[in-house]
Write a protein that binds this ligand. Structure first.
Ligand code: HEC
Length: 181
C-alpha cells in the first residue's frame, strides 16, 4: 500500500530548508489532503490487499475487451499488434519464450492492478472497477485459467492459480546495486 502520509509529503516539501534551519520553511506547498492521497493510492498487492469492491466474469468481460482492448491486442489476444496476452504456456524454457499473461504472470491480482492503472493504453484509469474485474476474467478465460462464468471479486481474485506462479525465484543477492558476477 502507498505509504505516502501527510507527514512524509510535508517532509519532502520542507526538508531542504529544514536541513539548514530547523524552524525555517519555504512557505510553499500544503499538507497533503487525505482525499488527494487516497486518489493515487491504487496499488494492489499479490495477496489482493488494496483491491476495491467489485466483481465480474468473462461473460461481461467479453464486451469490455471487444470495445476497449481488441484493437491493440487482437480479437482473441494473440493477434496483436501490441503485446500478445494469450498462449505461450510451456514456451518459457524454449529458445523462443513467449511471455503472456497465461505463460508468465505469477498473480491475477497484479494483472488487475496493471489493467486498472495502465490500460487502455491511451485512456488509463478510465475503466470502472467492475469492468476491470470483468476484463481481467476475460483475459484469464482466453488463457484457459478460469471458466467463462467464474465470478472474480476482491475476495476471490487472489485465489486464482496462475500457471507460472512458482516459476520465479527470489533474488538472493545481498545488495541489488552490486555488479552481477
Ligand atoms: C491503444 C492500444 C492499446 C489498447 C486499446 C489496450 N492496450 Fe494493453 N497494451 C498496449 C501496449 C502498447 C502495451 C505495452 C505497454 C508497455 O510495455 O509499457 C500493452 C500492455 C498490456 C498488458 C501487459 C502485457 C504483458 O504481458 O506485459 C496487458 C495485460 C494489457 N495491455 C491488457 C489490456 C487490456 C485488458 C486492455 C483493454 C481494457 C488493453 N490492454 C487495451 C496497448 C493497448
Amino acid at each position: 500500500m502507498l505509504k505516502l502520509s501527510a507527514a512524509v509529503l510535508a517532509g519532502i516539501l520542507f526538508s531542504p530548508a529544514g536541513l539548514c534551519a530547523q524552524t525555517r520553511t519555504l512557505g510553499i506547498g500544503h499538507v497533503a489532503r487525505t482525499d488527494a492521497v487516497n486518489a493515487i493510492d491504487i496499488d494492489v498487492l499479490p495477496d489482493g490487499q488494496g483491491l476495491p469492491p467489485g466483481s465480474g466474469s468473462a461473460v461481461e468481460g467479453r464486451a469490455v475487451y471487444a470495445a476497449r482492448c481488441a484493437a491493440c491486442h487482437g480479437p482473441t489476444g494473440v493477434e496483436g499488434p501490441n503485446d500478445i496476452l494469450v498462449g505461450g504456456q510451456a514456451s518459457l524454457r524454449t529458445a523462443r519464450p513467449l511471455k503472456t499473461v497465461g505463460s508468465f504472470w505469477p498473480y491475477a491480482t497484479t494483472l488487475w492492478d496493471y489493467i486498472n492503472r495502465a490500460m487502455p493504453f491511451a485512456e488509463p484509469r478510465s475503466l470502472a472497477a467492475d469492468d476491470v474485474y470483468a476484463v481481467t476474467a476475460y483475459v484469464l478465460f482466453l488463457n484457459g485459467i478460469v471458466t467463462e462464468r467464474q465470478m472474480l471479486s476482491q475476495d476471490t481474485l487472489a485465489q486464482v492459480k496462475m500457471p507460472n506462479r512458482t516459476g520465479f525465484v527470489p533474488d538472493d543477492r545481498a545488495n541489488e546495486n552490486l555488479p552481477r558476477k
